[in-house]
Write a protein that binds this ligand. Structure first.
Ligand code: SAM
Ligand code: GLN
Length: 298
């Protein structure tokens, strides 16, 4: 009796905390165990691997309270990235909060293709008659700055513009640009689509809002900014406006790369064909096999 009573009042171990949090999150998260581990590691300021090595450690009561509060937020379907304040994207650590969309893994495909395109454009410019000026790239609707920061880090000769209609998002992007020491090469601009650009650029990259809000997962809809997601009645409202601005802002020989929803490939390719009739257009699939990026080479 005494023994079981003292057990009841003992602080729970890491193993017990992970077990009960996983059970709690089962109902609302597709990844309950992973979420529990990420949150507990964050509450303890430990690397996640240490949780497995020290399963019988009993965290201090204040640490347990912090963890339980975070589990409650996650149970209400708040993204883990907002709770812990950062997200890994293209191997880079980014600060995120509810002012910006959490960068998605499928957007890494857009970055990969953009880097290949940047290399192609750069190689052409390095020909003897090419201009010595740096390659210029615009990331339209930069949000956290994920795409611009990843491109700047991996294309060290490029000059970037990153735009957003949300000044709140630009504040987050500024923090990430500074944290990655890119303030000299990534210029943040406020305004609608391509309008804030100072002139034509070599490459335009964008992951614009393209969802039909009613079809977005409830957790995403409840917590992430609508301005980052809402693409009008068919999800394509932003593409329609963006493509009409392209001829004025794309240098000859340049390229535009757009992330799209899985069902929007033909529609967006068609919009690009209408405004850039001479362009070569290609569709690219993500790891799940869905159409995810359209490229137009002018
Ligand atoms: N580029 C980030 C990423 O891939 O993680 C964020 C993409 S999020 C889907 C779209 C972004 O576009 C949001 O940051 C939103 O504020 C911005 N946005 C929405 N409408 C815009 C507009 N008319 N002009 C510029 N940016 C806009
Ligand atoms: N992939 C995001 C989602 O489905 C949407 C991103 C976007 O609208 N560009 O939640």
């Amino acid at each position: 009796m005494l023994v079981s009573q003292s057990l009841t009042f003992m602080s729970p171990t890491i193993a017990a905390l992970l077990k009960s949090a996983t059970d709690t999150l089962q109902a609302t998260s597709p990844t309950p165990r992973l979420d529990a581990e990420l949150l507990l590691a964050h509450a303890l300021s430990w690397p996640r691997a240490r949780l497995l090595a020290e399963r019988s450690h009993a965290p201090a009561p204040t640490e347990v309270a912090t963890f339980l509060a975070m589990v409650a937020r996650r149970a209400a379907q708040e993204p883990v990235a907002y709770i812990v304040g950062h997200k890994e994207f293209f191997g880079l650590d980014l600060f995120v909060d509810r002012r910006v969309l959490v960068p998605r893994p499928e957007t890494e495909l857009l970055v990969e293709l953009a880097l290949a395109e940047a290399q192609r454009l750069d190689a052409r410019r390095s020909a003897p008659d090419a201009r010595p000026s740096p390659l210029t790239i615009a990331d339209i609707g930069t949000g956290s700055g994920a795409i611009a920061v990843a491109l700047a880090r991996h294309a060290p000769r490029a000059q970037l513009y990153a735009t957003d209609l949300s000044t709140a998002a630009l504040a987050v992007a500024a923090r990430n640009v500074a944290a990655h020491h890119l303030a000299g090469r990534v210029q943040l601009l406020h305004g609608d689509l391509l309008a804030p650009l100072p002139g034509p650029v070599d490459m335009i990259v964008s992951n614009p809002p393209y969802t039909v809000l009613a079809e977005v997962a409830p957790g995403v809809r409840a917590h992430e900014p609508w301005l980052a997601l809402e693409g009008g009645p068919d999800g394509a409202a932003i593409y329609r406006r963006l493509v009409t601005q392209l001829p004025a802002y794309l240098r000859p020989g340049g390229a535009v790369l757009l992330e799209i929803g899985a069902w929007q490939g033909d529609l967006v390719a068609g919009l690009l064909r209408d405004t850039l009739p001479a362009a070569t257009i290609s569709l690219h699939q993500d790891l799940a096999g869905h159409d995810r990026v359209v490229i137009a080479r002018v």
